[in-house]
Design a protein around this ligand. Structure first.
Ligand code: IVH
Length: 672
């Protein structure tokens, strides 16, 4: 039983909340964090521990609520006090020039109108209501008049301020309705889809659908795990927000803690709008999130008022859309690829086509159901789409181009690589080759084993793995640790130097954290996240091997499919032999239980330069396992600077601040 709350605890909780809100603001709004992610997590963990021990301290504004609230049975609806309109679209310079002319005519003005030009984010519009500086409600746009109440979900988005602070002497309005766009970035989208495929769930078609699916979850704990982001671009009702221009409104929002996009141009005339459009169109391909155009808004608010709206859209704004990242081409053939867990994926071989500057020759068709749904046939003319650097896909068939000679595709009855039988289990979209020794599966398993989130073996790339499996040098990932340098040297595109480098990289990878080790094994349904959960709960391989299916299922975050898969993987004699071989080849698994030996508790490290015996990632892992933190910047709070080979400006800064500087030798001693 916890003791009763003391004034010290209350003030610690308040201080932690204030500090977390502030760090959020520095990170999301100013894009200039003062502490590392690990330091942030440490503060958040401390707060969550206090709130757990003293539930009476819970608050809906606490930074800890980002983990989600109890599930709802349905969404309530709400009527927007000011309708959330849509935008008129323009597709060419002349349409935008027309827009400018229309405005002048309407206002009976001769002089130049000044505009704000901002990216048009491809996500979902939301409205957030703040009363006395506290987020009290969030809703979707819905049909523009009524939307759904999604407050719990929106609270989980890290860039959403839960309370407003007057960071820059900005008066806090008693009522403020802010509007913005919730979206998912390319990286978050890729990561989410990879996890979903891992768990045999259908992938989202694009970041926009992923964002929509994530935002409309009745269980906000699920939303909390989705990498949603937000930019704010306007206000609805507001009391005491006294700006006279749209640009000034955005600046005020920023001072209140709202994330504003950095690529907004303000107070430019229509010619400058057109040239900025061209710049933004180039920029689009490098942005880490999707934008589908530019929104042009009259900057002056009194003029906006005079212009007003039609029932559909405001007269003071227009969306100048980009060309879609789509082209039409022909499907020459449909090939079937075999993945790591034996999944057969049909891939369209296309007549090469440029899609917004990049040549595309292949596009995934996902699975048999997808092909049937879209009725895709060999020989069809199709619309293909590329979104950011996401894998190209076939959007639809252009049926009017059919000649009648197109061939309907059927999934093969046997594996195209090894010839074994394939199966499609009940309720699953995927067809699978069940031969674990299928060379395609072996290759993919080895690639996965060597990949970044797993053993992270530098130099063991996809082409090399293919070659090594084809030549019989590798038959399982356990063979990686008994490679012969002489044989490596004989491979194509391999000389003595690359062979030696690979041997060193293999040697270096042998120190590995338990969760990465588990992830590397390629157990079905065990992605990075599940591997972490298992590692945290079992600590080491022998406890995990002893766990029954019931033990596994009892863990928060582990469902029946994972439990079944882990149990059956560990029960197979073949896998046990591979594990024994791995462990006998000098791999040292850093066990999660070692975390309890917190010899570096509360110590903050900064790493600088290259270390000889470990990579930076490994150094970070060992420090964190011993309870320490790694920060990317040197500050007065730094306890040690670890100076490797050619340490640069951080070393100088540490000297200036009089911080303890240790070399690799001393660092290893410290780690014991
Ligand atoms: S302003 C009265 N600014 O576009 C309309 N909208 O087609 C005010 N959108 O529902 C909207 N980026 O979801 C505005 N920078 C931006 C935007 C933006 C994306 C979306 C928004 C809206 C839709 C209208």
């Amino acid at each position: 039983m916890a003791t009763s709350v003391t004034p010290e605890i209350v003030s610690r909780v308040e201080a932690l909340r204030r500090s977390l809100h502030r760090h959020n603001y520095r990170y999301y709004v100013l894009d200039d964090p003062e502490i590392s992610d690990a330091e942030y997590d440490q503060l958040l963990r401390e707060l969550m521990a206090l709130e757990k021990a003293w539930p009476e301290l819970a608050s809906p504004d606490s930074p800890s609520v980002r983990v989600g609230a109890p599930p709802l049975s349905k969404f309530e609806t709400t009527t927007h006090t000011i309708p959330m309109l849509s935008l008129d679209n323009g597709f060419s310079d002349s349409e935008i020039v027309d827009f400018d002319r229309r405005i002048k005519r309407f206002l009976k003005l001769e002089e130049k109108i000044l505009y704000t030009a901002e990216p048009k984010f491809d996500g979902l519009a939301v409205e957030l209501v703040y009363q006395e500086g506290r987020l009290v409600m969030a809703s979707t746009r819905g049909d523009g008049i009524t939307g759904e109440v999604i407050t719990d979900n929106v609270r989980t988005i890290k860039a959403v301020p839960l309370i407003l602070q007057n960071f820059k002497n900005q008066h806090i309005p008693p009522l403020l309705e802010v509007r913005g766009e919730v979206f998912m970035g390319h990286e978050g989208f890729r990561h989410l889809n990879a996890e979903r495929l891992q768990q045999d769930l259908p992938p989202f078609a694009n970041p926009r659908n992923a964002a929509a699916g994530s935002l409309r979850q009745l269980d906000s704990a699920i939303t909390a795990q989705r990498p949603l982001e937000i930019f704010f671009y306007g206000v609805g009702r507001a009391i005491d927000l006294d700006s006279i221009s749209h640009w000034e409104t955005l600046q005020q929002l920023k001072r209140l803690g709202f994330r504003i996009n950095p690529y907004i141009r303000a107070k430019i005339d229509i010619q400058q709008v057109l040239s900025y459009y061209k710049q933004l169109r180039e920029k689009r391909l490098q942005l880490p999130y999707e934008i589908d155009g530019m929104v042009v808004k009259v900057d002056d608010l009194p003029l906006q008022n005079r212009l007003g709206s039609t029932s559909r859209s405001p007269r003071w704004a227009i969306a100048y859309k980009f060309q879609a990242l789509q082209s039409t081409t022909e499907i020459l053939n449909i090939e079937v690829q075999v993945g790591r867990t034996g999944t057969l994926t049909p891939v369209a071989c296309l007549k090469p086509v440029k899609v917004s500057g990049v040549t595309v020759g292949r596009a995934t068709l996902h699975n048999q159901d997808e092909i049937r749904k879209k009725d895709i046939r060999i020989g069809d003319t199709v619309l293909v789409q590329r979104a950011g650097d996401v894998i190209p896909e076939v959007v639809k068939v252009i049926e009017t181009k059919r000649s009648g000679r197109e061939i309907v595709f059927e999934m093969p009855q046997s594996c195209p690589v090894c010839g074994s039988t394939v199966v499609r289990e009940m309720g699953e979209a995927a067809t699978r080759c069940i031969n674990a020794n299928c060379p395609a599966q072996v290759k993919e398993r080895i690639k996965h084993f060597a990949s970044k989130g797993a053993f992270d073996i530098d130099g063991l790339g996809d082409k090399l793995v293919d070659q090594m499996v084809d030549k019989g040098l590798l038959t399982s990932y356990a063979d990686i640790f008994t490679l012969d340098q002489k044989k490596l040297e004989e491979l194509e595109r391999m000389g003595p130097l690359s062979a030696k480098n690979l041997m060193t990289a293999v040697e270096q990878s042998k120190q590995i954290h338990f969760s990465r080790f588990l992830f590397a094994l390629g157990i079905r349904h065990v992605g990075e996240h599940v591997a972490k959960v298992l590692a945290d709960n079992f600590g080491n391989l022998s406890s995990l091997s002893r766990a029954s299916r019931q033990d596994l299922e009892a863990i928060d975050g582990i469902g029946p499919a994972v439990a079944e898969s882990v149990e059956s993987f560990l029960a197979q004699i073949e896998n046990q032999k591979t594990l024994d071989r791995l462990l006998n080849s000098g791999i040292q698994i850093q066990q999660a239980t070692e975390r309890r030996a917190q010899t570096l508790k509360e110590k903050t490290f900064v790493l600088s330069g290259t270390l000889e015996s470990m990579t930076r990632r490994q150094a970070k892992e060992v420090i964190e396992m011993a309870g320490g933190r790694v920060s990317s910047t040197v500050s007065r709070n730094t306890d040690y600077l670890v100076a490797g080979e050619s340490a640069g400006s951080k070393l100088q800064r540490a000297k200036d601040l009089g911080i303890a500087i240790i070399d690799e030798e001393a660092f290893k001693k410290l780690l014991g």
